[in-house]
Structures are given as C-alpha cells and as structure tokens.
Design a protein around this ligand. Structure first.
Ligand code: PBG
Ligand code: ZN
Length: 326
C-alpha cells in the first residue's frame, strides 16, 4: 500500500510504459470494409465517411496495393445495386457476373495472399431494403430467405472468396450456408457469421454509403435488441452450433461488455466490427477540433483488442500508416 506502493513508478518513462503496453493491433489483424461499384475509374467519396469512397474494381486494386504491401489482413466487400436492379428478393446479389463477384476474382488474382471476405446479405439488392424476402404481412420471411442467402454465398465462393460473412440475422443462416457450400465442394470456404449483430443506430453512414436503408420500418424484428444481452449472446452460441468458423460482434465500441462475455464463452476466433457510426463520430469530433483523430482511433482499436477481439473489421484499415505516425 501507499507510500511503499507507488504505481506511478511503472509509468515514469516512455520506455517502461511501452514495455507494459498492449501494442496497437498489427495491420495483419485488420479487415477493411470496402464498397465496390461497376465501371472503371470510378471513385465516389462518401460524405458521411471521410476517407472512404465507393470504388470501381480498378480503383480498389489501386488502393489495395500499398495496403497489401504493408500487411493488411483482409478486405470485406460490399456491393451496390442500381434501383432498376433491385427486386423483392434481391436476386442481383447472387449474379455470378455481379460487381462483388468480379471484384473477388480480380482481387484474388492480383493479391493471392490477401484474405477476401464477402458480405452475404440482400438489403442492398431488395427494392424494399430489408435483409430478406417479405411475407404478405410485410415481415421478413426467415425460411424463404435462407435459400437465397445460400445462393449468394455460393456465388462468392465460386468467385474465389476465402470467407463468406452472412449478415442478415436470419435464424439458421449459418447452417444453410454450410450445407450449400459443402454440397458444392466448398468445404474449405470459411463462414464468419455476423453472429451477434444489434439493431443499432450506428449504421447510418453505412446505409448512406450503400443506399441500403429500409424503405419503411426498421430491422428490429431480426437484429438483436441492445437491451437484451442474453438473447444477443445466444445468437452467437447458435451460430457456433450451426458451424460458424469465426464469430462476430457488431457494433463493437458500445458493446464491449458483450465482447468480453463472448470471449469468455467461446474458443472460436472473434471478430469485432468497428462500424460506420463509430468511425464517423470520431471524424465529426475531430473536425470540430474536439479531439485528435488518430489518437482517438488508436484508443478505440486498443479497446477492442483489450476486450478480446482477434480480428478487427474497421474503416481505419486503409489509414493504418497515418494512425501510426503521430
Ligand atoms: C447489412 C449490413 C449493415 C452493415 C453491414 N452489413 C447495416 C444494416 O444492418 O443496415 C453495417 C456496417 C457499418 O455500419 O459499418 N446487412
Ligand atoms: Zn442486410
């Protein structure tokens, strides 16, 4: 006890502090979520997400080059559909010649060692913007959606994706994907389940980027309730039982308690999705001069590592060099 014990002794020099510190997670731990659009030479900055843009495949390859050279772990691909390509089921999501499918193949060709993950959902491809097919009452029909999700995942696996990541929060989606993949001999394709995904208010910038907001209603009938942690934990348990290879928590910074509990409950690898709202709020704060952007970013990533995430899915992944600098 004080005065014999003085904890400040352990913090007196940068050298001692560095020795005791958990380092910033290495770029190998990071997955960069990216938005891919058709065409060539297309670069549409996303206003609500400074530093991020919707990119055509050639531009994506261009941006990836330095990131891959400096050790980026992976990329998570999202596609966009034009209004005329959208339908009630989101069938465009499994077009073998779709933009995401083409991007997967192009990235694996150019960067064979980069881990390519594809988001498996239909909300960017349905005319109503929900993550599945609707029943006559206007609710998302769970079982009618599963087959479609399996087709999406298969199209990604066929294009060469290392990992498929079902994000629609349908019950049974992991099993449906595993069964379909195994039947087509894709038994080595990994499933990273968005296993505990909350109905969060932090997806706004992403929905703006993806033009994927539901036309009416919300996602509360399928995404987990922020106030019901037990059911949220059961979501991950169920996905583990269905055969997920990697579990995921999303969002992450407002849910560090859940991350700690997931870490204690599973031996599966755990990914934390540092979502658009978590990214953009730091930008908004920094723009007003109320905080140092990169210091806040480093601190937020460190919190995810501390809480037990193995993999960080983060928009900071394309700015790792800048994060390190100051
Ligand atoms: C949709 C999906 C969402 C995100 C990833 N996949 C948003 C949603 O549920 O509307 C959010 C990612 C982010 O905010 O960064 N299946
Ligand atoms: Zn969705």
């Amino acid at each position: 006890m004080f005065p014999e014990v003085r904890l400040r002794r352990l913090r007196q020099t940068p050298g001692i502090r560095r020795m005791l510190e958990t380092p910033l997670p290495r770029p190998e731990k990071l997955i960069w979520p990216a938005f891919v659009i058709p065409g060539t030479n297309q670069r549409q900055p996303i206003d609500s997400m400074p530093g991020q843009a919707r990119l055509s495949i050639d531009q994506l390859l261009h941006d990836l080059d330095p990131l891959v050279q400096t050790g980026l772990g992976g990329i998570l691909l999202f596609g966009l559909a034009e209004p005329h390509e959208k339908d009630p089921h989101g069938h465009a999501a499994h077009d073998p010649n779709g933009t995401v499918q083409q991007a997967i193949t192009a990235i694996k060709k150019e960067f064979p060692h980069l881990t390519v993950v594809a988001d498996v959902c239909v909300c960017a491809y349905t005319d109503h913007g929900h993550c599945g097919t609707l029943n006559p009452a206007g609710q998302v029909d769970n079982d009618a959606t599963l087959n479609n999700l399996a087709r999406v995942a298969l199209s990604h696996a066929q294009a060469g994706a290392d990992i498929v990541a079902p994000s629609s929060m349908m019950d049974g989606q992991v099993r449906a994907l595993r069964t379909a993949l195994d039947q087509q001999h894709f038994d080595q394709t990994l499933i990273m389940a968005y296993s505990t995904k909350f109905a969060s208010s932090l997806y706004g910038p992403f929905r703006d980027a993806e033009k994927s907001a539901p036309v009416s209603g919300d996602r509360k009938a399928y995404q987990a309730a922020p106030g019901d942690p037990r059911t949220a934990l059961r979501e991950s348990e169920l996905d583990e039982a269905e055969g997920a290879d990697i579990l995921m928590l999303k969002p992450s910074l407002f849910y560090l308690d859940i991350l700690t509990q997931l870490r204690a409950n599973t031996n599966l690898p755990l990914a934390a999705y540092n979502v658009s709202g978590e990214y953009s709020m730091l930008h908004a704060t920094a723009e007003r001069g109320w905080g140092d952007l990169h210091a806040m970013a480093r601190e937020s990533l460190l919190s995810l590592t501390r809480a037990g995430a193995d993999i960080l899915i983060t928009y900071w992944a394309n700015q790792y060099a800048q994060l390190q600098k100051d």
